[in-house]
Design a protein around this ligand. Sequence first.
Ligand SMILES: Nc1nc2c(c(=O)[nH]1)N[C@H]1C(S)=C(S)[C@@H](COP(=O)(O)O)O[C@H]1N2
Ligand SMILES: [Mo]
Length: 434
Amino acid sequence: MNGDASIEEAGYDRRRLTQWLAGRAHGNGMPRRDLFRLSAGFALAAVPARLGMPPVGRETASAPPVPPVAKPIVKPLPPELFTVFGSNAEMRWEAMRHRGLLVPVDRFFVRNHTSTPVIDANSWRLRLHGTGLRGAPTLDKAVEFSLEQLHRLPSASVVAAIECAGNGRGLFTSQQGQRVTGTAWRLGAIGVARWRGVRLSTVLRHAGLSPTAVDVMAQGLDPEFVDAGIKLGHVRRPLPVAKAMHDVLLAYEMNGQPLPPDHGFPLRLVVPSWIGVSSIKWVGQIEVSATPLMSPWNVQFYRLFGPGYPTAGAPVTEQVVKSAFELAWDAQLPAGRTHVLHGRSWSGHGPVRHVEVSTDGGVTWRRAHPAGAHHHRRHAWQRWHIPWHPTAAGRYTLRARATDATGVTQPDRTPLNSLGYLFDAVVAHPVTIV
Ligand SMILES: Nc1nc2c(c(=O)[nH]1)N[C@H]1C(S)=C(S)[C@@H](COP(=O)(O)O)O[C@H]1N2
Ligand SMILES: [Mo]
């Protein structure tokens, strides 16, 4: 948990929306329909005109032709390691069996809104601009860093998970019988790596961070994203300056190697414990602003909408508690033997405290044995194992239920949100004993 009140998500989001609606924040190309979506929760009938938003909407925009993408992901995606969903690829959990703490690049999940860009590191520059920097440089007068200059700044590394907010989304449907939109990931939209780079705080200080700065928004160099015929621009999402200064890394290395193309070469954000979309890949520019920033990725997507949530949605920042077995879905195991079930649990709120496992449909639970060193648990995952001796053939479901250091335990059911984020319920993993 974060003690810093300015990172406290609901309060921060409310302040940002209020300032935005008062005309003191800008939307940077936010489509007008987002304003309408928010308008029910925040009276703002006159706002679109004041912000000078172009009159685009799902009804009026003519769908621009989307260029065919030959290969949205560059690295090989062998079927024994990945399940592919268009421009996204999920890791198969059995691919982590007998593996250490880190997920090797060859099996690390990929989530691309469009496609992996090929970037020439020699001509690439990181450009910082905005009213939250001294002198308020505009983009054409941006503070620039080459990759070499970033390499010369003091480096830092962190072992941290990057996990899509939609990880587990498919289970809203398969386990809870609910309809949600988006990629139907099972549990493999997560990976843990050792990231090395320069602290975002270091770069912001070098760029002349002003005490008036409130938001920091990195933008990717991948192609612009088009949703239902509406151009939403480059992938970008604001971070409150308190989080940006706290533990965020601008990473140029992943597991000791230069960042691979699919994971953000030459530079990506790593925002520990926050949902994956915060960790912008292929960063080309960073806006630092003295007024709150908005983007479709914190207003329209990556918010919780649905029964029980405010009309304007609830913000999403930290990841939730989850567990997975290092086993194929529908794995087959021989009867009459002791199997050691291996798994991992993680939480964006803090380290995992303990994990219980049920092999009898949730009737009885046993404590799993923790494995691995403790010092990486804050932003990574806890490995664990437990023996199981099934005697009779048949279908079983395995369940793992983690509790984190803040006392949060995985529930039996996740309340529905229509975009299918933050599925934290205990997952019934089917296996067959033969
Ligand atoms: N520029 C850019 N950054 C991005 C994305 C993207 O499509 N473009 N996807 C985001 C999402 S939704 C996730 S979950 C993570 C995935 O990181 P990975 O592909 O390295 O696993 O990257 C985030 N950063
Ligand atoms: Mo994501």
